[in-house]
Ligand binder design. Sequence first.
Ligand code: FES
Length: 198
Amino acid sequence: MADAPTTADAQKQAPASALRPRPPKSPTRVPKLDPLQGELSRRAFVWHGMAGFITLLTLCFMRFFFPRTLFEPKTRFTIGYPSDYGFGVDTKWQQKFRIWVCRGASGLFVIYARCTHLGCTPDFKPAENKFKCPCHGSGFDTEGINYEGPAPKPLLRCHLELDPTGQVVVDTLNLYDYEGNKAFKGVAPASSGPLLAA
Ligand code: FES
């Protein structure tokens, strides 16, 4: 009968690493908070907040030095000499001043390019020789008379006069209806009207 293995035999068979005593586990390290660093970040936060607040106050203060101006197109301006405009419709001022300069049998007049239906800006259609509103289809002839679509009345005309150099001055605040009656109660212009015979 074989002898039972003794402790000495077991120690002989076990690997050396298993027999080596393990070092005691070091306690888990809890990182220490640096109180100085926390204080610094708190200070930085406060400083940034104060800097933002001061900047905002400065901007609000500086706002009072700038005028509250609306940059709208001029309502009174010159467009050159009457001889610069031939018979028919000239659209070169449509974008800048919202007007068309027209010359008919009776002379020079300027139509204000605002549809009398709901105020859209019509386009001039040279092929059809008419003004056509893109919004609801109103049509006006070259005198500005409405003849199709929902527009209830003709286009308005601007006040015209000549300055001392002979150039045409247009005033889009003083408008007239087709018959030459004042369309709005404004300050009456000193001279001339919606038509220049020149
Ligand atoms: Fe011109 Fe309606 S706004 S047709």
